[in-house]
Design a protein around this ligand. Sequence first.
Ligand SMILES: NC(=O)c1ccc[n+]([C@@H]2O[C@H](COP(=O)([O-])OP(=O)(O)OC[C@H]3O[C@@H](n4cnc5c(N)ncnc54)[C@H](O)[C@@H]3O)[C@@H](O)[C@H]2O)c1
Length: 254
Amino acid sequence: MPKIIISGCNGHMGRVVAALCEADPQVEVVAGFDVIGTTDRAFPVYSSPAQFSGQADAVIDFSSPAALDGLLSFGTATKTPLVLATTGYSPDQLKQIEVAAQTVPIFRSGNMSLGINVLLELVKKAAAVLGNSCDIEIVERHHSRKVDAPSGTALMIADAAAQGCGHETEFVFERHSVRHPREKKEIGISSVRGGTIVGEHEIIFAGHDEVMEIKHSAMSREIFAQGAVAAAKFMAEIQIPGLYDMSHLVKQVM
Ligand SMILES: NC(=O)c1ccc[n+]([C@@H]2O[C@H](COP(=O)([O-])OP(=O)(O)OC[C@H]3O[C@@H](n4cnc5c(N)ncnc54)[C@H](O)[C@@H]3O)[C@@H](O)[C@H]2O)c1
């Protein structure tokens, strides 16, 4: 049974991951890392990875880019695979992750939802077939508190569509100032903000007399936690250093 460490265990995502693991007989949480101390956890919590002297098969990290140095030192020194779900790394940190991945297996994804990552594969395949005959539009919807638009996931979807098309594409974010008909190379991206929508992404392939739509709706944080736990189980089996992402996991599942 894989032994898991949860980094950022006292945060919103860390608590959801811990609850999922506690209900899963196939994993065991042996420790947590968090700068916030607490006594209400079923496992020991350390304020830094350096304090942990036990053994684990994978670390799931939903914390902060500030935790990266300690995690990479821990991962490379102990050869413990890392699942990095934290977002907001700087370009320098992304390079650090690449370098560390030469020594230890590292899994990183800005969106741990299995559904979104299956959707990326579907979009790529659909765009390869329909890209020449259909116009591709992406509509994303999020809650009213979200500050960035379009969502990073909408951009990942647009990239997947562009890759699948195999011809020149141009992302169009705003149409209000455009006064000409839609061009074939365009991939339109529109954002809706309102209420408490956790996150919806819809990809429309609009052709002559036919429309195909692929849609993903996130209802809760649990989908990200489920993806991270699946990634940790996957990484616990991985012996070869390298950089892994959800596409590796999706290929194994599909
Ligand atoms: N990849 C995904 O699918 C996905 C999904 C949701 C959230 N996230 C990302 O996960 C991260 C955490 O999100 P959250 O909503 O749980 O945040 P949060 O603020 O609720 O929790 C973060 C936790 O990390 C701890 N922490 C902060 N700095 C630390 C450090 N240096 N060392 C150890 N622990 C530290 C905090 O004390 C806190 O308990 C964010 O970067 C968020 O964007 C990713």
